[in-house]
Design a protein around this ligand. Structure first.
Ligand code: HEM
Length: 414
């Protein structure tokens, strides 16, 4: 194999701006070009970009060199908020996503016991109830923004139910989750950043109060289980329970909204795909896996290098921020032949890295998959002859993380 080319010789990569609107809408041509080259430093964004499947695996595997500590913190906590955020943000430290082994294992072991596939299975009827209830609110309209009316409220209602926090607080959760994702953007202006940081302080205080209530009077919910599992072996402090809960709330929200929107966008933008889904109700799980690969809900996440390291022919210095582009790796043609073809029957369907890989593999994957399966089945059943509204202009958030469409207008017949 030829040695990888240096991206400096490629103008498209030299001037790469991940926040440019046309790139946000369709990042794949550029990512495919990037895969012909070694990982490169994107000057405008201020981070290194790793796109090839093998390189993404190297990064996720080597947690010593590619640390998750501070991986989502692009600016320090504003001085005014430091007393309210003494353990940092967007998620306080230590929690799942911002720790490395062995510390990570201590928290993950407890969290794994709460959000189990069995627990998710038990919750299926309630996911179905919520999905039906939401569809009831617009089924007669024959047209809706399916993101705003369904893909946003479904995950937030489910995760709030799981955690056992009141439905009346859901709008506030939504804002907190949106802000947590928004602040993981190194180019954010100071005012927006401050608003986001304030939301993180509010979220921590809110969860602290709910946890105190559960200590007084435990219930049958995930929050009580997390407290019980933690107290049992005195493994998590109160702050760690707060940060872990915050992460479940944030992680379980925007990501799944984006997946639901992407499922509809992918199926409705080529009606052969929709017909395939209608003809194969037993293959909805495979269709969802292929959507996760084909249009990954998370573009990428971050690591910081603890030493100088070679990745795919590039020498990345110590102290660098590395964008691990899961969405690009899922289109690496050396692993997924004809990556731009949507094919729910491909051999290595399960090989995608949309939920990450290794130590930090998504703890909420069983829940996200369950919600997507229920949602797709009910939408196909209850909204006949689904179509995209023609001529709509789609927009995407300026985020290196989330890759969901802001709004998606669809129509159907009564
Ligand atoms: C389609 C939906 C989802 C996608 C695409 C997704 C994607 C991911 C990815 C790529 C990671 C790896 C992070 C890394 O390597 O740094 C991750 C971790 C995580 N996800 Fe998800 N996620 C989804 C749904 C959920 C849900 C429903 C929850 C919670 C209920 C959740 C909670 C988390 C948490 C807490 C972590 C950190 C795990 C750890 O560091 O050990 N996610 N997710």
């Amino acid at each position: 194999m030829n040695p990888p080319k240096d991206a400096a010789g490629c103008p498209a990569l030299r001037d790469y701006d991940p926040f440019e609107p046309s790139h946000l809408a369709d990042p794949y041509p550029l990512w495919s070009k990037a895969q012909e080259h070694a990982p490169f430093y994107a000057e405008k964004a201020g981070f290194w970009v790793v796109t090839r499947y093998a390189d993404v695996l190297q990064v996720t595997k080597d947690t010593k060199t590619f640390s998750s500590r501070e991986s989502l913190n692009f600016k320090p906590v504003p001085a005014e908020l430091r007393p309210r955020l003494p353990h940092g943000f967007p998620q306080a430290y230590p929690s799942l996503i911002n720790t490395d082994p062995p510390e990570h294992a201590r928290i993950r072991k407890i969290a794994n016991r709460t959000l189990t596939p069995r627990y998710v299975e038990k919750m299926l009827p309630s996911i179905e109830r919520v999905a039906h209830r939401l569809i009831d609110t617009f089924v007669d309209d024959r047209r809706a923004d399916i993101v705003g009316r369904f893909a946003v409220p479904l995950p937030v209602t489910i995760i709030a139910d799981f955690l056992g926090v009141p439905a009346s607080d859901q709008d506030t959760f939504q804002r907190w989750s949106d802000h947590a994702f928004l602040m993981a953007n190194p180019t954010l202006d100071d005012e927006t950043f401050f608003a986001c940081a304030t939301s993180m302080a509010e979220l921590n205080e809110y969860l602290g109060a709910r946890i105190a209530e559960r200590r007084e009077a435990p219930r049958d919910d995930l929050l009580s289980r997390l407290i019980h599992e933690s107290d049992d072996e005195r493994r998590l402090s109160n702050e760690e329970i707060i940060s872990t809960t915050a992460q479940l709330l944030i992680g379980g929200n925007v990501t799944t909204t984006d997946l639901l929107g992407n499922i509809l966008l992918v199926l409705l933008s080529d009606l052969d795909r929709l017909r395939y889904a209608q003809a194969h109700p037993d293959r909805l799980a495979d269709i969802i896996e292929e959507v996760l690969r084909y249009k990954s809900s998370i573009r990428g996440l971050f690591r910081h290098t603890t030493r100088e390291v070679e990745v795919g022919g590039a020498l990345i210095p110590a102290g660098a921020t590395v964008w691990v582009v899961f969405g690009a790796a899922n289109h690496d043609s050396t692993v997924f032949p004809e990556p731009s073809k949507f094919d729910p029957e491909r051999d290595n369907l399960a090989g995608h890295v949309a939920f990450g890989r290794g130590t930090h593999f998504c703890i909420g994957a069983p829940l996200a998959r369950a919600e997507a399966r229920v949602a797709l089945r009910l939408l196909l059943d209850r909204l006949p002859n689904l179509r995209l509204v023609e001529g709509q202009k789609m927009s995407y958030p300026p985020s290196p993380i989330s890759a969901g469409v802001d709004e998606l207008l669809i129509t159907w017949e009564a």
